[in-house]
Design a protein around this ligand. Structure first.
Ligand SMILES: *[C@@H]1O[C@H](CO)[C@@H](O)[C@H](O)[C@H]1NC(C)=O
Ligand SMILES: *[C@@H]1O[C@H](CO)[C@@H](O)[C@H](O)[C@H]1NC(C)=O
Ligand SMILES: *[C@@H]1O[C@H](CO)[C@@H](O)[C@H](O)[C@H]1NC(C)=O
Length: 359
């Protein structure tokens, strides 16, 4: 058997001085693939009784620190191929962590606390850290010196008002980056701030106040979610080189213009959400695009739809048929849209046209 441990560390009144954060809940997952065996290592832990209302008393009795055992790797090079789970509760967690467990951390969850500052060396021992969840705190900056092993950073709902060029320095292995609901303003993201994220495939910056698509996004991107911002224009330049981009979310912005050439810069795009914006026409380049299958354009100000707006003039020049087009809640009278407009759509049910209702 292999074991998977979730350690719930409660009420760690920290740390260096009075200004420091008080972590009210620290949830840590640790896992490895050794045969389950009671060892000195396990003496620190105690079963967490499910449903017991009041916090349990501290049970941590540190012993002499022992070096972490050398772990066999799973077939994929990871330490936790299986998932047995124990819930444990500890006090004096900092000491425990320092002495025993740094080696094992792959996931560190510090969500929903009141953390304002993270020490520059806080994560330096977590050399195997892959996932760091810091959402719902009061951080003003992306923490520095994050281990190079990190693959996923979630830091939405904080107080970050600037993504600097140095914010993600060295994070060459990050694949998922979640930055939504931070007070980022129009100039809140430096040009090229994401350039170091050479492997990133998913970035989400939703529900902020940025007014343009960040410049210099990595070409490895597969999904980009920028919904709920104040973006006014889609510029072709900002999407340059996004050859692998498959999904682009721009719903609930203030976009009135999609520049010519924008779609051509994302040749593998499959899904584009532009609903709830201020577009007055269908974006150009859809008919020539080979792969786009889903386009949301509902709740805009589109007053006319032409027969060449979605499909190329001849048949079968598109590599993929549309599976979703939404155009409802636009001023265009739907009875004036020619059926032939949708000749490259897979099925009639894929088109949502409908009435325009004035609010
Ligand atoms: C965006 O700006 C508005 C108006 O200035 C402000 O009320 C709102 O909190 C800001 N949003 C975020 C996520 O900072
Ligand atoms: C695009 O995706 C392909 C296939 O997943 C991958 O081999 C390639 O490295 C990616 N390109 C970039 C620039 O990341
Ligand atoms: C964009 O393309 C449309 C149609 O091809 C053309 O009418 C329009 O002038 C172009 N706009 C710019 C700014 O190039």
């Amino acid at each position: 058997h292999s074991i998977y441990l979730s350690l719930v560390l409660l009420n760690i009144a920290s740390i260096s001085n009075m200004k420091s954060a008080c972590l009210s809940l620290l949830l840590v997952s640790v896992c490895w693939a050794l045969p389950f065996r009671q060892s000195g290592f396990m003496d620190f832990m105690m079963e967490d009784e499910p449903g017991s209302g009041s916090p349990m008393p501290p049970v941590f009795k540190p012993r002499t620190p022992t070096p972490p055992p050398v772990l066999p790797e799973g077939p994929d090079g990871h330490f936790c191929p299986f998932r047995c789970q124990c819930h444990l509760r500890l006090a004096s967690a900092i000491k425990f962590l320092k002495e025993c467990l740094f080696f094992f951390f792959q996931t560190l969850i510090l969500v929903n606390n009141k953390i304002t500052i993270i020490h520059a060396k806080a994560f330096s021992s977590l050399i195997n850290l892959e996932r760091l969840y810091l959402s719902k705190n009061l951080l003003k900056d992306v923490p520095a010196n994050i281990p190079k092993s990190l693959q996923e950073l979630r830091i939405h709902e904080n107080q970050i008002n600037k993504i600097k060029k140095s914010s993600f320095a060295g994070m060459a292995n990050v694949i998922v980056m979640e930055l939504g609901s931070n007070p980022l303003s129009s100039s809140g993201v430096d040009n090229g701030a994401f350039a170091d994220l050479k492997r990133v495939s998913y970035i989400r910056i939703a529900d902020t106040n940025i007014t343009s698509i960040p410049k210099g996004l990595p070409s490895s991107l597969f999904e980009l979610h920028l919904d709920g911002n104040k973006i006014t224009k889609v510029t072709a330049d900002s999407l340059k080189g996004l050859k692998n981009l498959s999904k682009l979310g721009l719903s609930h912005n203030e976009i009135s213009v999609v520049e010519n050439g924008s779609l051509a810069n994302m040749p593998h795009l499959r899904e584009l959400h532009l609903d709830n914006n201020m577009l007055t026409s269908v974006p150009s380049g859809l008919a020539e695009h080979k792969y786009i299958q889903v386009i949301y354009l509902h709740t805009n100000k589109i007053a006319a739809v032409g027969t060449e707006d979605f499909c190329p003039p001849g048949y079968n020049t598109k590599k993929a048929m549309y599976s979703g087009i939404s155009l409802f809640s636009n001023p265009v009278p739907y009875w004036e849209v020619q059926p032939i407009t949708f000749r490259c759509v897979f099925d009639r049910s894929a088109i949502q046209l409908g009435n325009y209702r004035k609010k």
